[in-house]
Every structure is written in C-alpha cells, then in structure tokens.
Ligand binder design. Structure first.
Ligand code: NAD
Length: 329
C-alpha cells in the first residue's frame, strides 16, 4: 500500500518511518497542504493522510477519486475541513485521529490560570522592568464557578484536572458523560451561563455550535465572565466578542484558536502583512490571551496522531473497517 501524507512536519517523520517498517508500506511525506496543483502526486496511491489545513472540498474529493484514492485520514481530532457528505457520496472513507486529551486539557487549565492571574499584563510589565502591583490582583480558583461546555474526551479531562482546585464545576452537553457525572453539576446551558464565572468550550464545530458565543448568549452570562476557547474559533462571533470586551462584559478571554486561522497559525508570517483585522485588534487587549493552536502540540500527542492516522488507513485496507471512521451526520 502507498500512502501520500500531506502537511508533514519534521517532528512527525520518525514516526512515519517507524510505521512504514512496521506495516511494510510506502509513505510519501510532503510538507505542503493538498491542493489542485499537487493532487497529481496522489496517483498510484491508495490513501492520503492530512492535517487540518488541507481543505478537502467536493472538487478535491472528486479529483482524488479519479486518482484512485479510496481512503482519507486526518491526523487531527477535528474534521470540519473535510466535506464528509461528498466523501460518503463518492465512497471515499474517512477517519480522524484520536489522542489522549491530557495535552489540550492541561493547556486549558493553564489558560484559565493565566487569565485569572493576569499573566499577560504581568509579563508585559516585567519585560520593561515595571514590577508594580497595581491592577494585577488575581482571583483564586476555589472561590469560582467553572462551566465546561462539551464533556467529551477533552472536556471530561478538563473537569478531572479542575476537580482538585476546589471550584464549583458545572457542565453542559447534549449527552452526559458518566466518567465525570460525580464531579460536575450538569444543567441547561442558559443556567450554566447565568452561574459560571469561567466558561470553557470543548464542543466540536457543528451547525449547532457555530457562533454559539454571540450577542444573545453573552447577555446571559455574568458580567466579567472569563471565556476560554481551545476548541474552534468559529464557535465565537468575533465581532460580538469584541463588543463584549469593550463593554467589560467579558473580563478575560483566552483563545488557542481563531476564525480563519488557516494560513496564519502554524506559519512563520513575520515579514507579511496579515489581513485579519479582527485578529490584530483583539490581540491588543491586555485581558486577551491568544495562542497559535498549540494546545494539542506535545511529544505524546504528535506520535499518537501519526500512528492513528496511518493505522486507520491500514485497517481500512486490511480489515475493511476502522474504529476511527467518520460519517456525515
Ligand atoms: P469529543 O467528540 O470527544 O467531545 C465533544 C463533545 O461535545 C461530545 O460530548 C458531544 O456530545 C458534545 N457536543 C456536540 N455538540 C454539542 C452541542 N451542540 N452542545 C453541547 N455539547 C455538544 O471531542 P473532543 O476530543 O473532546 O474535542 C473537542 C473539540 O476540541 C474538537 O472538536 C476540536 O475542535 C477541539 N480540539 C482542539 C485542539 C487544540 O489544539 N486547540 C486539539 C484537539 C481538539
């Protein structure tokens, strides 16, 4: 079997090489995203592996099918960059990756603590030898109520991580997770919004979650609410969020993701003009922390993502199925 792996980074290559040996397959590693220009490189292969910046739309899927590609795996948990309906229609089978949720969950707790302890302002000041305290008073976790929206793999691990801090923990999900039921109070989203001091989002990007943080839902939240988004930028209506920061409705915001981050995050754009005004504007607030979609990026997770991405393709070919297959909803 030949796999063409797109968007491969240097730090993934040793695992790809190890899997080539283990499964006796050929894996061609390319650094670039898949596009109409380079899709010809998939001829003669059975499957492709991608990361989240390759937009697998209907046009590319049809070209892949013509080239004989039957399987696509994304080495990411999120899969909103793949047109699943079209893939299902064409009979191209798709799988996503799984990796332990600890890296993203740890990162989420870090962002909560950084927000509560005004770390960005403290760092800015320390860098210019301003060691004054004024304005840097933080808050303690044990006195706060934290709402977790989405209690799947990552949300549940966030709850487990938070359970040692002494905070009151609330949760909302369309289905309860028995792993954490004893640690949180499940409640309707509106009630969570009314009671939480900190809200952390761990839902996938779906039609039902697209821009779920907006003018109306922000109005249901406490004044000075702290929002954490380690999920997807599109969960938030950025313009409404900016208004809420300016009106002090939002007390602090930490985001590891941003709407339209593709082509910006994970790239060195130092010498470019980046035409994303919202990103530039929101970044300057002293109470907003933005990182470049790195919550997942740990040694353990990278290895598992590559393993998962390749092994699901091997399973499709050898067994006709994989537990990581994803279908259009
Ligand atoms: P998961 O599928 O295990 O959990 C998602 C949960 O959201 C499920 O329990 C589901 O029932 C719930 N849900 C779905 N729709 C909902 C809705 N409308 N309202 C409330 N709950 C809803 O996924 P996960 O592994 O926990 O990952 C969550 C998301 O985190 C991913 O979809 C991805 O977008 C994001 N993510 C980000 C990073 C990063 O580096 N920042 C890394 C991995 C994943």
């Amino acid at each position: 079997m030949k796999i063409v792996a797109f968007e491969t980074r240097e730090d993934e290559r040793p695992t790809f090489r190890k899997l080539e040996q283990k499964h006796q397959i050929e894996i061609v590693c390319l650094p670039e995203e898949i596009s109409k220009q380079n899709i010809g490189l998939t001829k003669g292969a059975t499957a492709i592996s991608i990361l989240g910046h390759s937009q697998i739309n209907a046009e590319l899927l049809n070209l892949l099918k013509e080239n004989g590609i039957d399987f696509v795996s994304t080495r990411t948990v999120g899969y909103n960059h793949i047109d699943l309906e079209e893939a299902n229609k064409l009979g191209i089978r798709v799988a996503n990756a799984y990796y332990d949720p600890h890296g993203v969950a740890d990162y989420t707790v870090m962002l909560i603590l950084m927000s509560l302890r005004k770390y960005k302002q403290a760092m800015w000041r320390a860098n210019v030898n301003d060691y004054s305290l004024k304005g840097l008073k933080g808050r303690e976790m044990r006195n706060l109520t934290i709402g977790v929206v989405g209690t799947g793999n990552i949300g549940a691990q966030v709850i487990q991580n938070l359970s040692g801090f002494g905070s009151r923990l609330l949760a909302f999900d369309t289905r309860k997770n028995p792993k954490v039921e004893s640690l949180v109070e499940y409640m309707p989203l509106e009630q969570l919004y009314a009671e939480a001091d900190i809200i952390s989002y761990h839902v996938p990007l779906l039609a039902s979650t697209h821009r779920m943080v907006n003018r109306e839902t922000l109005a249901q939240m406490k004044d000075g609410v702290v929002l954490i988004n380690c999920s997807r930028g599109e969960l938030m209506n950025v313009s409404d969020v900016i208004d809420a920061i300016e009106s002090h409705k939002i007390g602090a915001l930490a985001m590891d993701v941003f709407e339209n981050e593709t082509g910006i995050y994970h790239q060195d754009r130092r010498t470019d003009i980046i035409s994303n005004r919202d990103m530039a504007y929101i970044r300057q607030f002293p109470n907003v922390i933005m990182t470049q979609h790195i919550a997942f990026y740990t040694d353990a997770a990278v290895e598992t993502m590559v393993e998962c991405g390749v092994e699901s393709l091997c399973d499709f070919v050898a067994k006709g199925e994989t537990s990581r297959e994803i279908l259009a909803r």
